[in-house]
Write a protein that binds this ligand. Structure first.
Ligand SMILES: NC(=O)c1ccc[n+]([C@@H]2O[C@H](COP(=O)([O-])OP(=O)(O)OC[C@H]3O[C@@H](n4cnc5c(N)ncnc54)[C@H](OP(=O)(O)O)[C@@H]3O)[C@@H](O)[C@H]2O)c1
Length: 324
């Protein structure tokens, strides 16, 4: 099989296409013929060895995929050969085949395109869990989304609007903001155009109910300052590369709830929420009410270029790697 391999830590350009033996099946796993994969920001961090976890090279990056089950290790597996599935993994998705635990797989609802399924799992799950179980966003809420043109941010815009919130999208370009508007944002702020706090104060004079922050850096504090008393601030990532330090007096004065969401641990700590959210989210996907926006796609042979595109913050919505 072909795999896009990271032979040594470094920038996206270290990733090269190689012919490799198929990975072995182990108990509890299934082999998927990958039709499409999608790039996530942590893929870039893993290749650079700047993620929370290290994977020793050589390895095949790629953390989400969709395709067809071609082999299962156990007769009692919850998926069968021929099933259309999507799933996530730490690494391994940028290849013709991936072997993963069957627990990491979800059947693609009938009628949903395989490329959309490939781009759905990480960003939409992150956004949905963060909005429902941490920001507790509901009808009538004022929601601020940072990084609103990126994978997680655009998913949060879309889902926030579906949950009934009025969404203020913050991004760095007209193109990203236009896509955010098309996906349900009511208010748009280009943070490169001036003082973000002033812009939010004028748009939301009574303050916002919740902030979803996948960016960090210098944008977090002005967004947090834009919450009203008792508002909820949910950090989900630091794509800006800088972990902000928030003065706690801001939190004290406004009784703000600051919390963080991490997909990897969520099911362990909140299994009932995970089950409810998953069921609701898959129903939204099946109904077409939410779907990833695919901003660009690359063939498997150009996986390095796809990773570079995301690393440079150019991605609008999701970046797909067409494999099959
Ligand atoms: N907690 C979890 O479970 C979880 C799950 C998935 C992802 N994440 C994290 O969430 C963050 C966003 O992921 P994503 O997939 O949405 O990434 P993405 O599609 O690349 O979007 C990230 C956004 O961050 C902004 N940004 C600011 N400085 C940047 C820089 N130096 N490089 C790249 N982007 C920059 C960009 O928005 P503007 O330039 O428009 O402001 C960009 O649209 C990442 O840190 C990722 O690790 C966390």
């Amino acid at each position: 099989m072909r795999g896009a391999v990271c032979p040594a830590y470094g920038p996206p350009e270290v990733v090269v296409l190689q012919d490799l033996p198929s990975p072995p099946l182990e108990t509890g796993t299934a082999r998927i013929r990958v039709a499409a994969a999608a790039v996530n920001f942590p893929d870039v961090l893993l290749i650079a060895d700047t993620y929370q976890l290290s994977v020793p090279p050589p390895f095949i990056p790629g953390s989400e995929f969709a395709g067809e089950v071609v082999e299962v290790a156990d007769d009692a597996a919850p998926v069968a050969v021929g099933d259309r599935v999507f799933g996530s993994t730490l690494v391994g998705a940028f290849a013709d085949e991936v072997v993963v635990s069957t627990r990491a797989l979800t059947r693609i609802p009938d009628g949903v395109d395989v490329r959309l399924a490939a781009a759905f799992g990480v960003a939409h799950r992150t956004a949905y869990h963060a909005l429902r179980s941490f920001a507790r966003v509901g009808p009538g809420d004022e929601l601020i989304v940072l990084g609103a043109g990126g994978g997680v941010g655009l998913a949060a815009v879309q889902i926030g609007a579906v949950l009934g919130a009025t969404v203020t999208a913050i991004a760095s370009s007209v193109e990203k903001l236009e896509v955010a508007e098309a996906n349900g944002a009511s208010r748009l702020v280009d943070h490169t155009a001036g003082d973000l706090r002033a812009a939010l104060k004028s748009l939301l004079p009574d303050g916002a109910d919740a902030v979803i922050d996948p960016v960090g850096g210098g944008l977090s504090e002005p967004a947090l300052r834009s919450l009203h008393y008792g508002g909820r601030f949910v950090t989900v990532g630091f794509a800006a590369g800088e972990i902000p330090r928030i003065p706690l007096n801001l939190v004290l004065l406004k009784g703000i709830w600051v919390t963080g969401f991490q997909m990897r641990d969520f099911g362990t700590h909140q299994p009932a929420d995970l089950a409810r959210n998953e069921a609701d989210l898959i129903a939204l996907l099946a109904s077409g009410r939410v779907a990833p926006h695919i901003g660009a796609s690359f063939p498997l042979s150009e996986a390095a270029a796809a990773l570079r595109y995301v690393a440079d913050g150019h991605a609008v919505g999701k970046i797909v790697i067409d494999v099959g």
